[in-house]
Each structure stands twice: as structure tokens, then as C-alpha cells.
Design a protein around this ligand. Structure first.
Ligand code: HXC
Length: 515
């Protein structure tokens, strides 16, 4: 063969490799409103930055006629690239090849990309669009999943890991995304479940659609499995790129610092956002929007466990994690799901050197039989564990209520908060005045000639004495009581003061967070 023939042969082999499952299947993919694996890689990465790995790998199975169904790349595109200049590793399953099913070599490619990501300290992004374990390859497919799960676990806390679900993700395949840090889903395109509607119908008789069972809405609002929901793949890619900009590449790096457009001296009109009536709700996101760098808040788990709001923002150009109570939802009581949501977010921040700022207005952990029997003790403990364990700077701002166990979780210096600030409107106590008066003055109230008037008097007395920030500040449990107009200024000062914080923990294999 002449050199020019060899070149021609190379072009043909390469173009076949690039075409994946071929034109007809690419058309099918587009007809479903989905991008192909390569288009997704292109959409996520900086132009021209993709460096492909193991592009020509092929399956080795000969069972069930698989020797005649060999595709260069084996149904997944892997390699490295850049997102706004930051190196990441990526895998993108190709549904046009054997339904994106995961065979032995397909898994090897993903595992190799994961290993390189870990070795080089680069974030890993997996795009999932797959029929699951390649049935013809049987146990070798399962073995491949095991390698991927193990790599996900070893990478956890070392590099950020994103799972972008853009097609089916069924059976045990869901557990790789579940181990990663963030799951992104698109309405009508992404489906995750351990068994689909047909199996459920056969086993339990329940009838449900793919979308209702495992679509973006189900997992972002109900199960809490997924963190971000989008209308289109393109919107999803834009957001993945934006979020990546807030994060360091690995646990040994600090998050990127950007030049803030917002003044560090800006006065904040926070007080006008908080109702005078203490029981009246407000949206804590309005306070976040007013205080942190303009338009910088990226909310995580927006539709799930809404009594807390968590997300990343910039404060004077630095990435911070916000963990805020949300009075607009269930009066901001901490329940099982909001405890899980908050604790996991704090642990992500701590893994990647992102300071945590809590905005506190919380009446307590949610009472009730369902909560008790559902394990609020075990779940609520996660926040305490996560805060006490975290070594990043931790700053707390008490806006209004900070009561009981939730006061400790959200704002206790003894649990580990480095700086605790309070507004003059803060109420820091074991419980609300009504509950307190009923317990400690019950006898006096019952024996009074007018019990109702006595109760009102006792509540007022308790409010006067304890429902303020001055008692806690007098014990040194609040560092400063601040003018809300200076919230931004004070939070920036608190952050800068603690940014070089170093704290060690006793040597151990790992802690045993209540799960
Ligand atoms: C081999 C598969 C496959 C699989 C799909 N294909 N899934 N091949 N192994 N798991 C092939 C199909 O045979 C078909 O090939 C092509 O991919 C496209 O599939 P379609 O069915 O035509 O596509 P669609 O109608 O869009 O349906 C997609 C689907 C469906 C919902 C994903 O294919 C499906 O239900 N697949 C099986 C899902 C499943 O049960 N997987 C195993 C899960 S258990 P041809 O050549 O005919 O067009 C599992 C265990 C993992 O994953 C455990 C890890 C610990």
C-alpha cells in the first residue's frame, strides 16, 4: 500500500470512527431532540480544546454475534479538554452505538478518563446516555461498572465530579452518578431509575410514565437525587460551564478568585426585606441577592427540601457556599430532607476549600411522628457533624430566629463557627417565647385568676429578657451585633479575616457521619 493509500485508509477509518453508529442513528438521536456524544463534548468544552483518548478501542466480545458489531470507540467518547481554560476530563456515551450500552472496553475507557482526572487533579464530567449494562457482555459489563464506581469513590473529595444525564440511565448505572457531586438533568430527555415502568408494573402493579418516574422534575423536586434541572441540553451545558468557574480543580487548590464588579463597601438594604411581624415569612433569596456579589448566586437543589436554600455565590470575588434557612417554606424548620441537603452541600464545600456562610432564621428541627420515625435524629445529626467536621472558614449571620438544636447547627461558635454575627432583630434562645412561657410558667399561668392574661404577660416577659441578641453576645457566643445596612461590608470583613484559616483534625481513617 502506498503512503497515499495509507492516508486514504486512515481518513476512511477515522471518518467511520467519528460517525459512531452512523448517519441514520445520528438522525434518530437528533429527531429525539438530543445531541450526539461528540456534539455534547463540543458543547461543554472550549472550542478546539478536546483531546481524545482511546478513540479506536473496540469491544472484544464474540458472543451473540458481537464480533460483527464492532465500533471504533465502543460507544463512548472520552478525553480531556478545557472549560474557560480549566482542564477537565470527560466521558460522553454514544447512544447511536449499541444504545450507548456499557461493555467491557467502553467501561475501560471511562475508567481511564477517571484515572487521568484523578492523577492530574482535574474535574471529571460524565455524560450518560445509555441502555445500561451491555447485555451480550454480561458479567464483564458489570465488572466495568464496578471499576467506574470505585474510581468515583476514590475521586470523591479530591476532584469535583459532575454527572450530566442526557438519556436513559437505568439499573445499577444510576449509582455512578449517585456517587458523584452533582447531577444535571434535562426535562423530557433524562431518565434515571433502578427499574423502569414495565418492571414496576409487573412487580407492584403501579402504572407510571418514564418521565414521571425518573425524569428531571421527579429527581430534582421529589427524590433529591438530582441537583439541577434544565429545559434544553444547551442551557444545561452553559450552566455546567458556569458552575465549573466557581470551583477549584481539586482539593489542594483554592477556588478561583475573580475581580468583583460589585463594591465591597456597598450598603445593603436588608432590613426592608424582613417583615416587622416575626412570624411573617420572607424569601431569603432576596437577602442573598442583595448582599452577595451581584447576580452571582447559583442555587443548588432549588426545588428539593425548600426549607433551606443552598448554593454558591461570590463575595468580593471569592467563591462561598451559602447555607440559609428559608422562612418562606415550612417556616424554615429543618426536616429530614433539608438536613441531608444542607449536610451534603457543606461537605462538598469543605472538600474543596469553599468557605461556608450560614444565614440563620430557624425555629428548630421539625416536630412530628413522621419526622421522628423517619429518622430526624439520624438525619438532623448530619448538619452538626458536617459543620463540626469542616475546616473551611465558617461564618454565621443570625437574621431573626435561632432556636434550640437548630441554633447550634446554624450558628454555634462552640460547634465550630469562626465568626458569628447577629442583626439587632436576632432572637437566640432555647425555644420561642410562647413555648418557653408554657413550660417554665405553666403552674403560675394555671393558678392565675386570668390564665390567658398571665400567659400573655409571661410570654412578653420571656421575649423581653431572652429574645434578643444581647444575652448571647454577653456570653461571647455572638461576636458582633451589626447594622443590617453593613451586612455586605461585615461579611466581607469576616471572610477576609478567616480566609487563611488552618485547622487540623485528629488523624483517623475517616469519620462515621450518620447516614
Ligand atoms: C445491549 C442495548 C442495550 C443493552 C439498548 N440496546 N440497551 N444493547 N445492551 N443494555 C440496543 C438496542 O438493542 C438497540 O439496538 C439500540 O441499543 C437502541 O435501543 P432501542 O431500544 O431501539 O432504543 P429506545 O427505543 O430509545 O429505548 C432505549 C431503552 C431500551 C429504553 C434504553 O433500549 C431499553 O430498555 N434497553 C434495555 C435497558 C436495560 O434493561 N438495561 C440493562 C439494565 S441493568 P438495535 O441494533 O436493535 O437498534 C444494568 C445493570 C447495571 O444496567 C448494573 C451495574 C452495577
Amino acid at each position: 500500500m502506498s503512503n497515499s493509500d495509507k492516508l486514504q485508509q486512515f481518513k476512511e477509518v477515522r471518518s467511520k470512527m467519528l460517525a459512531g453508529g452512523g448517519e441514520a442513528r445520528i438522525k434518530d438521536q437528533h429527531d429525539k431532540g438530543k445531541f450526539t456524544a461528540r456534539e455534547r463534548v463540543k458543547g461543554l468544552l472550549d472550542d478546539g480544546s478536546f483531546i481524545e483518548s482511546q478513540a479506536y478501542i473496540q469491544g472484544r466480545s464474540t458472543e451473540f454475534g458481537m464480533d460483527k458489531k464492532r465500533f471504533s470507540g465502543d460507544g463512548v467518547v472520552t478525553g480531556s479538554g478545557k472549560i474557560n481554560g480549566k482542564q477537565v476530563f470527560i466521558s460522553s456515551q454514544d447512544f447511536t452505538v449499541l444504545g450507548g450500552s456499557l461493555g467491557e472496553m467502553h467501561a475501560e475507557k471511562i475508567a481511564e478518563a477517571q484515572s487521568l482526572a484523578l492523577k492530574t487533579g482535574s474535574p471529571f464530567i460524565q455524560v450518560n446516555d445509555s441502555g445500561g449494562a451491555r447485555i451480550q457482555e454480561g458479567i464483564l459489563a458489570l465488572n466495568g461498572y464496578a471499576k467506574i464506581f470505585r474510581n468515583n469513590t476514590l475521586s470523591s473529595g479530591v476532584i469535583p465530579q459532575f454527572s450530566v444525564i442526557l438519556g436513559p440511565c437505568a439499573g445499577g448505572a444510576v449509582y455512578s452518578p449517585a456517587i458523584t457531586d452533582f447531577i444535571f438533568m434535562v426535562d423530557g430527555t433524562s431518565h434515571m431509575y433502578i427499574t423502569g415502568p414495565d418492571v414496576i408494573k409487573a412487580v407492584t402493579g403501579e402504572i407510571i410514565s418514564h418521565e414521571d418516574l425518573g425524569g428531571a422534575a421527579a429527581h430534582c423536586a421529589k427524590s433529591g437525587v438530582a441537583h439541577f434541572r434544565f429545559g434544553t441540553e444547551a442551557e444545561c451545558f452553559d450552566f455546567v460551564r458556569k458552575l465549573m468557574d466557581y470551583l477549584p480543580s481539586n482539593n489542594l487548590e483554592q477556588p478561583p478568585v475573580t475581580i468583583p464588579e460589585d463594591s465591597s463597601e456597598r450598603i445593603t438594604k436588608v432590613m426592608s426585606l424582613i417583615p416587622d411581624e416575626p412570624k411573617k415569612p420572607y424569601d431569603v433569596r432576596d437577602i442573598i441577592g442583595e448582599v452577595f456579589d451581584s447576580q452571582s448566586f447559583l442555587e443548588v437543589h432549588k426545588d428539593f427540601a425548600k426549607s433551606v436554600v443552598v448554593g454558591f455565590a461570590k463575595l468580593n470575588g471569592r467563591t462561598v457556599g451559602i447555607f440559609a434557612n428559608q422562612p418562606n417554606y415550612m417556616a424554615a424548620a429543618l426536616d429530614i430532607n433539608s438536613s441531608d441537603k444542607g449536610a451534603r452541600f457543606i461537605r462538598f464545600c469543605d472538600s474543596f476549600n469553599i468557605p461556608v456562610i450560614t444565614l440563620v432564621d430557624v425555629p428548630g428541627y421539625l416536630p412530628g411522628i413522621a419526622q421522628e420515625h423517619g429518622g430526624i435524629i439520624r438525619h438532623g445529626a448530619k448538619i452538626l457533624f458536617a459543620i463540626a467536621e469542616a475546616t473551611v472558614p465558617k461564618i454565621s449571620l443570625i437574621i431573626r430566629k435561632s432556636y434550640g438544636g437548630s441554633m447550634i447547627a446554624m450558628s454555634s461558635k462552640s460547634l465550630g463557627y469562626d465568626r458569628v454575627l447577629a442583626f439587632p432583630t436576632a432572637e437566640i434562645a432555647v425555644m420561642g417565647a410562647e413555648g418557653a412561657a408554657n413550660v417554665i410558667s405553666r403552674k403560675e399561668i394555671n393558678e392565675a385568676s386570668d390564665p390567658s392574661a398571665k400567659r400573655v404577660e409571661k410570654i412578653a416577659e420571656f421575649q423581653e429578657q431572652f429574645m434578643n441578641p444581647y444575652v448571647a453576645a454577653g456570653y461571647g457566643l455572638v461576636d458582633d451585633i451589626i447594622d443590617p445596612d453593613y451586612t455586605r461590608v461585615e461579611l466581607i470583613r469576616a471572610l477576609e479575616m478567616n480566609i487563611t484559616k488552618r485547622e487540623d483534625r485528629p488523624a483517623k481513617k475517616h469519620g462515621n457521619i450518620p447516614l
